[in-house]
Design a protein around this ligand. Structure first.
Ligand code: FAD
Ligand code: N01
Length: 529
């Protein structure tokens, strides 16, 4: 029997393997894909790159790794991030404990033995005392159920399941459905390759220019010389932005404008941290949203297209902010057309294109940049049964419930990485992953030292945590948008704000305080000898 089964070999699964193996646990990782990398092996669409700066979007657990790896761009592209993850797998000799091409489709807790039995789609079973779901917050790709999709005779690809051999759009009529981060990254690049690109937009999104650029040796050396300080600050704040204590309502029109212009010209997500009340005060948020709409009008030549691209229905940042390279200017190209689905919804997909009320758009290829069943989707795809055979799907039918975002009551010895109830997708996810890996590693060591074979979350502690997470979201503007943070992109998914709106440092203290005080809110026990 394994001590620990880890599901998923992305950033989280690899770090877990490295950490737990070093602590003497017998660990094995199971991964659907044929390689390491998680989202970075799946998302090979044109333009895919990170939007947290590369020097921050990387592991902090090895000082040597930090110093030896050379990032070439401010925001690394997918192939470079995948090279980095593969380097990590080789450098720390991780592959020997990973089973690739293996999907876990069931997991049952055996209360007599305090152990999980995992089933694979190939019919094998594996037993482990502890099971850690490193299955990814954004790994369950969703292709919408549009009538006629199966009839389409051209190529159809989801950004999150992109063919490894690439897709040649040369001379083709291409559609992109979806204008979230993936669509907004892919559209400018596909527009340069395709004969014609039609963008099908349901909700206009806010996007900030990346101003991506090569990293100079000097800038990189300077950052590396101060890595320890940068990392220690990131453990508190998640990502290093220019945070301010100032509210937009306290600033004059000129001061606000100056701040927005300065940050727009620097680029990236830093823009949304211009003032500290933008995510809690709608009037303040309107000022930054107006500024972005003004930039769209200045960039896009056709006023009708500019207006269609201008987000109106949600405050800036309440849907995940996007970061782009030339997105709005792409709509000035003669080979790019925008279809506003609010005015002209898709009726069906035919063998040769996409049909709206205005007629058919003839196409050779469709790109689905339509997102994910976020945070809970990968878990829901596994038939997970806890105490008494209770299924996680049923337990979470009204929305996910966790204690500290780490465990869910009634499913002992099961940990979740960056799942609901943790800061997860609201922070630099590698910092979030590392915090979870550190906490779980310590927890498993403590259980081993004290002879415990089982740990479970208590229902009342979980109820209090869920209320705390909900209250944190209610203090913000986040609930005003129909976002995937709320599950609003998946028909029938309960509307619950899933991530925990808190600084990662605050959350780390909450998790550590529970462990320091003897795992408050958890029950631990040992099997009889
Ligand atoms: P993943 O990388 O999603 O890995 C999970 C793995 O689990 C996958 O390989 C999957 O195949 C496997 N798996 C799932 N279910 C099963 C199963 N049942 N059996 C076997 N294997 C299974 N975050 C940031 O902070 N900054 C960024 O700039 C950023 N950019 C992103 C860009 C894209 C295109 C996407 C999609 C996400 C981005 N993210 C970013 C979020 C990203 O999810 C995290 O940064 C991080 O990569 C997640 O790592 P992970 O290991 O937790 O999950
Ligand atoms: O997915 P999304 P994504 N008909 O859900 C539209 C991370 N990420 O893959 O808004 C028509 O954001 C949908 O419309 P609407 C990042 O955390 C990061 O782009 O629901 N349209 C929306 O426009 C990100 O937030 C990077 O009305 C349909 C789009 O598809 C997360 O992953 C890069 C539709 C989906 O947008 C997910 O991003 C990529 C339908 N039936 C991803 N269904 C970085 O840059 C959905 N849509 C770091």
């Amino acid at each position: 029997m394994l001590d620990v089964a880890v599901v998923g070999a992305g950033f989280a699964g690899l770090h877990l393997l490295h950490s737990l193996r070093a602590l003497g646990f017998k660990v094995r990782v199971f991964e659907t894909a044929a390689d390491v990398g998680g989202v970075w092996t799946w998302n090979r669409y044109p333009g895919a790159r990170c939007d947290v700066e590369s020097l921050q979007y990387s592991y902090s657990f090895s000082k040597e790794l930090e110093q030896e790896w050379v990032w070439t761009e401010r925001y690394a592209a997918q192939p470079e991030i995948l090279r980095y993850i593969r380097h990590v797998a080789e450098r720390f000799d991780l592959r020997r404990d990973i089973r690739f091409n293996t999907t876990i489709d069931s997991a049952r807790f055996d209360a007599e033995a305090d152990a999980w039995t995992l089933g694979t789609t190939q019919g094998e079973s594996v037993r482990a005392r502890f099971c850690i779901m490193a299955t990814g917050a954004l790994s369950a790709a969703r292709t919408p159920d549009i009538p006629g999709l199966a009839d389409f005779a051209g190529q159809a690809h989801h950004t999150g399941q992109w063919p490894h051999e690439g897709v040649d759009f040369g001379g083709k009529r291409v559609a992109v459905i979806g204008t979230g981060s993936s669509g907004i990254q892919a559209i400018p690049v596909i527009a340069q390759q395709a004969a014609h690109l039609t963008v099908f937009q349901r909700t206009a999104n806010f996007t900030i220019p990346a101003w991506n650029r090569p990293l100079t040796e000097a800038a990189q050396a300077d950052w590396k010389a101060h890595y320890a300080e940068h990392r220690s600050r990131a453990r508190e704040v998640g990502t290093l932005y220019d945070y301010t204590d100032r509210a937009a309502v306290q600033a004059s029109d000129d001061e606000r404008r100056h701040e927005y212009v300065t940050r727009w010209n620097k680029g990236g997500v830093n823009f949304v941290h211009a003032f500290n009340d933008l995510m809690v005060n709608k009037a303040s948020n309107d000022t930054i949203a107006d500024f972005v709409r003004e930039q769209i009008r200045r960039t896009v030549h056709d006023p009708v297209t500019a207006e269609a691209l201008s987000p109106r229905g949600h405050p800036l940042g309440t849907k995940r902010i996007c970061v782009d390279s030339g997105y709005y200017a792409t709509f000035n190209r003669p080979n790019v057309t925008l279809v506003d689905l609010r005015k002209m919804p898709i009726e069906s997909i035919t063998s040769s294109g996409i049909r709206t009320a205005a007629g058919e758009h003839a196409l050779d290829a469709i790109v689905f940049a339509t997102g994910y069943d976020a945070l809970t989707g990968a878990l829901a795809r596994i038939d997970l049964q806890g105490l008494g055979g209770t299924r996680l799907r049923d337990r979470w039918a009204q929305g996910p419930r966790t204690y500290l975002g780490l465990m869910t009551a009634g499913f002992p010895n099961l940990f979740i990485i960056t799942g609901p109830g943790s800061p997860s997708v609201l922070v630099n996810m590698i910092v979030g992953i590392e915090q979870h890996v550190e906490w779980i590693s310590r927890c498993l060591c403590d259980l081993r030292a004290q002879g415990h074979t089982r740990i479970d979350a208590q229902v009342d502690a979980q109820d209090r945590w869920v209320a705390h997470v909900n209250a944190a979201a209610e203090r913000t503007l986040f609930p005003l948008a129909n976002s995937w943070f709320l599950g609003a992109n998946v028909p029938g998914k309960p509307r619950v704000f899933m991530p925990y709106v808190a600084k990662i440092g605050t959350y780390r203290q909450e998790c550590d305080a529970a462990a320091d005080a003897g795992y408050v809110g958890f029950v631990r026990s040992a099997l009889p000898d």
